[in-house]
Design a protein around this ligand. Structure first.
Ligand code: AMP
Length: 501
C-alpha cells in the first residue's frame, strides 16, 4: 500500500507485521498501536484527498499536540501533500503571513480559532482539530476507508517548516522525503534505537525536534513513545522508571533537576538522555551526571539541515561540545572564503543528504545560504578541535563588533557562568556612540547571588579590556522561546537605548 511513497514506506517498515504492538502510550488516554496509527493516517489522507488535495499541495496545521495531529502529518505525506506545522503561539497576523506565503489547499486549526482562521485562509479549506483530537477533520476522516499512498520520490517535498525568523521575515525551509528519511535512519542507528525502546515524547510537534527527530526516529525503530501533550516534569518523572530514552531541550533538564525525586533509582531503566535545539550548560551536564549517573548526549541541528552533529553513543560525550558530524554529513568551518586552522572560530557549513532543498519561493535567500556544490552556510559560529569535536560558539549575527574588534559572546558567557552565585548569562552588543557596539552582559544570579561589581572585578583580570562588558545587568531570568533558546533579539531591543544618552 505504501511502497511508492519514499518516506511513508520507510516509516512503516519497522512496524510492518507488528500491527498490535503499541506505538504510543498516552497517560490517561490509553494505548495506540502501530496498526491503529497507520489506519488513522490513511483516513486522514483520504479526508484530505476528499477536500481536493493534490500532490504537492500544502496542508497548514496549527493545532495542539495530539496523536491525531501525528496521523495528520503522516496522512498529509501519504496523500502526496506537504506538511506545514505552525507554532500554536502564533497570532492571527503571524499565521496570515504563513498562509499568504505558502498558499495551502487545506488549513487545520483549533475550533476556537476557526472563525479567525477562515478570515485569513483565502481559498483554502478550513478544518478543525481540538486538543482532544476531535473536530471537523475527524468527522470527515472517520467516514473514510483505506488509502493507497500517493507515489512520491526521494526528492519530492514532504514538509515546509518556517524558521523562527530572528532576522527579517520567516523563511519556509523545504524538506524532501529523502532529507527526512535519511536523517532519521542515521539517528536511529547512531543512537542505537530499537523496538525495545520507550521514548518519552514531551516536545512540541510544530518544530523539527519533536516532529522529525523524536517522532520519526521512534517510528523508524519501531519503538514506543510515552506521548505527552507538552513538558510536564511530573509526567516525565512518572514515566521514567518504565522508559528508556528522553529527548529534550536544555530547559527540560534544568527543570527536572529542580525536582528532588530525580535520582539514580528513577533513571535506572533509562539508557539515553539527549539534548539539543539550544546550548546545554556544562553545569547542567555535570549536575545531571551526578544525580542520575547518565551523561547527557548533546547533538546539534537546525530546521534547514535536520540533525548535523552528535556526541557519540559509545565513547566520550564532551560537555559543551555537540560532538562529531553524523555519518554521511560533512562539516567545515570557514572564514573569508577559506577553511580556518583547527580550533579556530568561523562560520559552520554542512553538506549531506540531511540538507534541505532551499527556501520556499525565495531563490535569492536560498542562493545566499546554499552553495551550488551543496554546502549550507548555517550562520552558526563554531570551531572543530583536533579530535574532531564541534563546538557551537553562537549565531554569527550575535557576534559583537566593538571598536572594530570581534567579540564572541560565548567566551564571555562561559567565564561569567563559572563565577560563584551565577546561574547563566547572555552577552549582547548594544549600539554605542564611540565603539559602534558595546558589550553588555545580562546575568541571572542564583544561590547567594552576585552583583554587577563582583562580575566586573572577576572579569577584569581575565579578559582584554575591549571584551569587558560596558554594562552588567543582574536579572531574574533570560527571555526564552518554546524551544529553550535565549532570545537575544529581545534582549538587544530591551537594552537598545542604554548608551544613547
Ligand atoms: P532551529 O532551526 O529552530 O532548530 O534552530 C537551530 C539553531 O539552534 C542552530 O542554528 C543553533 O544556533 C541552535 N542549536 C541547535 N542545537 C544546538 C546545540 N546543541 N547547541 C547550541 N546551539 C544549538
Amino acid at each position: 500500500m505504501y511502497e511508492q511513497n519514499h518516506l511513508i514506506h520507510q516509516l512503516r517498515a519497522a512496524s510492518q507485521g507488528r500491527d498490535d504492538a503499541v506505538f504510543a502510550q498516552i497517560p490517561g488516554g490509553g494505548d495506540v498501536t502501530f496498526g491503529a496509527l497507520f489506519a488513522g493516517a490513511e483516513r486522514m489522507a483520504a479526508a484530505l484527498a476528499a477536500k481536493g488535495l493534490q500532490p504537492g499541495d500544502r496542508v497548514a496545521v496549527q493545532v495542539s499536540k495530539t496523536l491525531q495531529a501525528i496521523e495528520l502529518y503522516l496522512g498529509t505525506v501519504m496523500a502526496g501533500g506537504i506538511f506545514l506545522p505552525l507554532n500554536t503561539a502564533y497570532t492571527a497576523p503571524e499565521v496570515a503571513y504563513f498562509l499568504g506565503d505558502a498558499t495551502p489547499r487545506v488549513v487545520v486549526c483549533d475550533p476556537a480559532r476557526e472563525a479567525e482562521t477562515r478570515g485569513i485562509a483565502g481559498a483554502a479549506e478550513v478544518l478543525t482539530l481540538d486538543a482532544a483530537g476531535q473536530g471537523t477533520l475527524l468527522d470527515l476522516a472517520e467516514v473514510q476507508g483505506r488509502f493507497r499512498a500517493v507515489a512520491r520520490a526521494e526528492g519530492d517535498l514532504a514538509a515546509i517548516l518556517y524558521t523562527s525568523g530572528t532576522t527579517g521575515r520567516s523563511k519556509g525551509a523545504m524538506l524532501s522525503h529523502g532529507n527526512l528519511a535519511s536523517n532519521s535512519l542515521t539517528l536511529r542507528d547512531y543512537w542505537q534505537f530499537t523496538g525495545a525502546d520507550v521514548l518519552i515524547h514531551a516536545l512540541p510537534i510544530f518544530h523539527t525536534h519533536g516532529l522529525f527527530v523524536a517522532t520519526n526516529v521512534a517510528l523508524f525503530a519501531g519503538a514506543q513513545v510515552v506521548f505527552l501533550p507538552g513538558f510536564d516534569a511530573e509526567a516525565i518523572l512518572q514515566a521514567m522508571p518504565r522508559a528508556t530514552a528522553l529527548m529534550g531541550v536544555p530547559t527540560f533538564y534544568t527543570r527536572l533537576l529542580q525536582d528532588p525525586r530525580l535520582d539514580k533509582e528513577r533513571a535506572a531503566n533509562m539508557r539515553l538522555f539527549i539534548s539539543g535545539s539550544a546550548p546545554l550548560l556544562v553545569d547542567t551536564h555535570e549536575q545531571w551526571e551526578a544525580r542520575t549517573g547518565h551523561r547527557i548526549l548533546e547533538r546539534y541541528g537546525m530546521t534547514e539541515t535536520n540533525m548535523s552533529t552528535s556526541n557519540p553513543y559509545e565513547g566520550d560525550r564532551r560537555a559543551g561540545t555537540v560532538g562529531f558530524p553524523l555519518p554521511g554529513v560533512e562539516a567545515q568551518v570557514m572564514l573569508d572564503g577559506a577553511e580556518v586552522p583547527v580550533g579556530d572560530i568561523g562560520v559552520l557549513e554542512v553538506r549531506g543528504s540531511n540538507v534541505f532543498q532551499g527556501y520556499w519561493q525565495m531563490p535569492e535567500k536560498t542562493a545566499e545560504e546554499l552553495r551550488p556544490d551543496g554546502w549550507f552556510i548555517t550562520g552558526d559560529l563554531a570551531k572543530i578541535d583536533a579530535d574532531g569535536y564541534v563546538t557551537i560558539v553562537g549565531r554569527e549575527k550575535d557576534l559583537v563588533i566593538t571598536g572594530g574588534f570581534n567579540v564572541y559572546p560565548k567566551e564571555i558567557e562561559s567565564l561569567i557562568d563559572d563565577l560563584p552565585g551565577v546561574l547563566e548569562s547572555a552577552v549582547i552588543g548594544v549600539a554605542h556612540p564611540d565603539f559602534g557596539e558595546a558589550v553588555v552582559a545580562v546575568v541571572v544570579a542564583q544561590g547567594d547571588g552576585t552583583s554587577a561589581e563582583a562580575v566586573q572585578v572577576a572579569l577584569s583580570g581575565q579578559l582584554a579590556k575591549f571584551k569587558q562588558p560596558k554594562h552588567i545587568a543582574i536579572v531574574e531570568a533570560l527571555p526564552r522561546n518554546t524551544m529553550g533558546k535565549v532570545q537575544k533579539k529581545a534582549l538587544r531591543e530591551e537594552y537598545a537605548g542604554l548608551f544613547s544618552a
